[in-house]
Structures are given as structure tokens and as C-alpha cells.
Design a protein around this ligand. Sequence first.
Ligand SMILES: [Zn+2]
Length: 218
Amino acid sequence: MNRNFLISVRRVPGLAFFLVSLLAIGLAIAVAGEAVADEAMASKTTTGKWDTLKTKYLTLTYENVEDLEAFNGKIDFSSDVSSFASFLNADQPSGTGIERTEFENEVIQKMDALVEKVQLILDMRKPINVIVKLYPDKTALQGAYFNIYKKKKQLRAWYIFEYNTIYLNVQDLFAEMFAHELAHAIVDNYLAVRPPRATAEILARYVDGHLRKKAKVY
Ligand SMILES: [Zn+2]
């Protein structure tokens, strides 16, 4: 398996500079910096309109429903903890007026089961809502990277804590890769202080290596 996706937690560049600016010049600069970050976020959405599908834990965003279909096709996962999953799915909001297709329900069920498995492996269960941006191909994903970091890098997938977002290419994806990025999101949001990058990477690798195994209970 090509595991170069593992080097995949990205820090937003200029954050250190941003923090220094914050200290030196004060709150006004902080507000301006925030606006710049928002602009960077907006610019990578290209020209298209992004649709979203909200699950219990994720906000899946995509430009074309074909991308969501491709994403679903690549994530080969069914939960081995059905009682746990059904317990958590029991409180899905009902009567919200949102009519979902059978396909959307299938996606929601599968992705939430995957999140729950990652939470179970880590023993880090608390409510999360992570944005997952689905790009149709390698070029689009790399374009997104360039728009955020203003430099080129060939990553297969990554997670940005500051944007609470996972970036994926639906053509180059499998369940373990997604689980790995989910683990980063869960680990970074669970602890009061984010763990060192090496520690987080060890945890995320453990998760992707144990996704298909029965989660250990300690
Ligand atoms: Zn990683």
C-alpha cells in the first residue's frame, strides 16, 4: 500500500507569523488575519457551487453528486459494532423536513459508522462535526492545496485543524485513508491541548491499521 498519505496533517502557513502579529499589533490585526484566512478558504471553492450532505458527524461538501457517488464507492466499510452504531443512530434528528434519498441515507449510515469505529478504536467519543471536502481528481485536490498554502505539494489527503476540514480526492481514496484523516480530526479535537504531531501521527496510523479489527477495550 502506498502510505505517503500518512504525512498529512497540515498546519496553515503563516500561523506563527499570525500569532506574532497578534501579540505585537493587537486585536485589529487579528481580525484582519481572520479575513485573509476566510478569503483563502473561499478562493479554493473554484467557480462551482458546493452542495453539502450533513451526517451526524460530518459535513460532506462536493461540487457534483458524481463526486459524492465516487466517494461512497471508494469507502468500503461496514460496521462491526452494529449495536453501538444503532444506539448512536437512534437519535438522528427526525421531522427536520429534509427529504433524503436512499443513496444519501446509505452514505450517511456508512460514514457515521466509520467515524464511530475510529472513535471506538481511539476511545475518544465526543460530538464532532468535521467538514470533508471532496475533490473530483488529483488536479482539483492539488489546486485546493495551492490555494491554501500558495505552494505545490503532492499530498493524497490531508486535514487542517484550523479549518476543521479534511481534503480528499475521490479518485484516490480508500477507507483506511479516510479513517486516518478522521483520526487526526478526532484526536486534535478531543484533547484540551492538541498532541504533538508525532504523537497524533502514531495514533492516526494505529487507527488506519486497525480499522478492520475488533477494537480493543482497555
Ligand atoms: Zn497523518
